[in-house]
Write a protein that binds this ligand. Structure first.
Ligand SMILES: CC(C)(COP(=O)(O)OP(=O)(O)OC[C@H]1O[C@@H](n2cnc3c(N)ncnc32)[C@H](O)[C@@H]1OP(=O)(O)O)[C@@H](O)C(=O)NCCC(=O)NCCS
Length: 177
């Protein structure tokens, strides 16, 4: 399946995120969780089908990690929380999740790098590992959505934040900068 990854307004991702990640919550609660994020350094990215439908999402925003993770390394660019990783069920295992995750990490790289952490569902640990994350601490169970574990990595700053744009091919999709 063809897809492209682009920055989008957070609201474009709410329906997918609610359906995939928070079916026990109303759409308004998903929207409210974004309102807590801080400032202009936030990135929201979507994988878009050729007809423009949002089939994948990720959100990256400045966010303090659980303290023990912070002690492992903070990175020069600060601390970032990754969340909202969701891919529509019928288009999984095609590389879309990997592509949106890579785009979110590039967002951090272009803003000076830093510690990136997430509360990973244990079913997604392999995907995050492939992208460079390591686990921290023990698995805990969210009563609504199941077992999770903290994962993190330090992203270095890009050599030059003003480097020219490039286009990366990724599986059957493309990630346009
Ligand atoms: C986790 C999630 C976002 C992954 O999205 P995805 O688009 O399926 O991810 P990818 O396709 O990049 O990778 C998934 C698998 O497909 C495989 N894959 C990737 N590209 C592929 C391709 N071109 N051909 C065949 N297989 C491929 C990968 O090896 C990977 O295997 P593994 O993770 O089981 O080891 C998706 O499953 C999802 O939305 N799950 C429910 C919500 C959730 O758990 N979100 C994470 C919250 S922390």
């Amino acid at each position: 399946m063809e897809f492209r990854v682009e920055p989008v307004e957070a609201s474009a991702t709410w329906a997918l995120r609610q359906a995939v990640l928070r079916p026990h919550e109303a759409l308004e609660q998903v929207a409210r969780s974004d309102a807590d994020d801080d400032g202009e350094r936030i990135g929201t990215f979507a994988a878009l089908a050729p007809d423009g439908e949002v089939v994948g999402s990720v959100r990256i925003a400045p966010g303090r990690p659980p303290s023990a993770v912070g002690e492992l390394g903070t990175g020069a660019g600060g601390q970032w929380r990754l969340r909202g990783m969701a891919v529509r069920q019928d288009v999984r295992n095609l590389g879309i999740g990997t592509a949106v995750l890579a785009r979110a990490l590039r967002h951090v790289e272009e803003r000076g790098g830093g510690l990136v952490w997430c509360n990973a569902r244990v079913t997604a640990v392999a995907l995050y590992r492939r992208a460079g994350f390591v686990v921290h601490g023990e698995v805990w169970v969210d009563p609504d959505i199941g077992p999770h574990i903290v994962m993190w990595q330090v992203i270095e700053s890009a050599p030059s934040a003003t480097a020219p744009s490039t286009t990366m091919q990724s599986g059957t999709g493309s990630v346009t900068t």
